[in-house]
Design a protein. Structure first.
Length: 207
């Protein structure tokens, strides 16, 4: 296995860089909305902490480890003048282009990564767990859960969203639906109980 990871195909590195940049920018955008990163200094500090956490937790492939280290060193050495956000924006635009051109499953993956970066728990349940009706308690305040078979069946091999799939959401439902909308994903509230909300992630209407 180690031999296979020594030489990473360029297209895999490009995809990983795109993933890294977009997740960082999306997390920064949400932090700004929450009033956490409203100034250049606060924004730079947020990105440094986010990148350091990503590095420590090894969230991204080894192929971009050197890029994460470079961004961290730049942000720490130059502060806001290092223009971390601009560098990440350039990486995103040069590596992947327009988000709307990406597949539904691709955008859902980024949406879930963004929520997890904001402290959300995420768990894919098997059929037995889902049918039990027992929803896991998040480690902090928020979590979202889906049944594996239903999720797989809802998407075609090319990533197109074919039909609705239910999610159970614990905590801040508005934030969950907002993040999904930011990534061009439609949601509809089906039910709410004392323990969780059930929403349908729905494919875009045919035009």
């Amino acid at each position: 296995m180690s031999d296979k990871t020594r030489s990473v195909p360029p297209e895999n590195t490009t995809s990983a860089l795109s993933h890294l940049a977009f997740c960082a920018l999306a997390a920064l955008g949400l932090a700004r909305q929450d009033g956490i990163a409203g100034t250049p200094y606060a924004g730079n500090l947020f990105l440094i902490r986010w990148l350091a956490t990503a590095q420590k937790q090894k969230r991204f492939p080894r192929s971009v480890a050197i890029d994460i280290q470079w961004l961290l060193e730049r942000g720490r050495k130059h502060g806001p003048a290092g223009k971390l956000r601009q560098h990440l924006d350039y990486l995103w635009r040069s590596c992947s282009g327009n988000l709307a051109a990406q597949s539904d499953l691709f955008r859902l993956t980024y949406a879930t990564e963004t929520l997890k970066d904001q402290g959300w728990d995420n768990y894919v349940m098997d059929a037995r767990e889902w049918k039990s009706g027992v929803t896991p308690v998040p480690s902090q305040h928020n979590g979202f859960y889906v049944e594996k078979v239903a999720l797989n069946a809802a998407f075609a091999q090319d990533g197109r969203h074919l039909h609705a799939v239910p999610f159970r959401v614990v905590g801040d439902l508005d934030q969950f639906m907002h993040v999904m909308a930011e990534f061009g994903l439609g949601t509809r509230l089906l039910d709410s109980t004392e323990t969780c909300h059930t929403i349908a992630l729905e494919p875009a209407s045919a035009t």
